[in-house]
Design a protein around this ligand. Sequence first.
Ligand SMILES: [Zn+2]
Length: 105
Amino acid sequence: MKHSTVADQGLYSGLIRLHILHHAAEEPIFGLGMIEELARHGYRLSPGTLYPIVHGLEKKGLLRSKRRRVNGKIRRVYSATPRGQKALRTAKQKVRELFGELFER
Ligand SMILES: [Zn+2]
């Protein structure tokens, strides 16, 4: 993530993908909402950074998009596909394992 922070050196790109997938698995999300959500967690992404990530996940079949009216505007919303849900479950196990190493030793 070139644009998120100076110091991350690309370490957070997978975390950001997981974060997007997690929220898209819970409810349909749209790009701007996702930018706000990630900002809440300290990841500053521009639309020019977020959309290629989201489109990449869509291309891999982990997300699918459809157009939906949100607050009177037509927006493209993204939700996790069954494949995305499965990938998320696997990734969560890996995160749990990493978490254990990072914090429990
Ligand atoms: Zn979140």
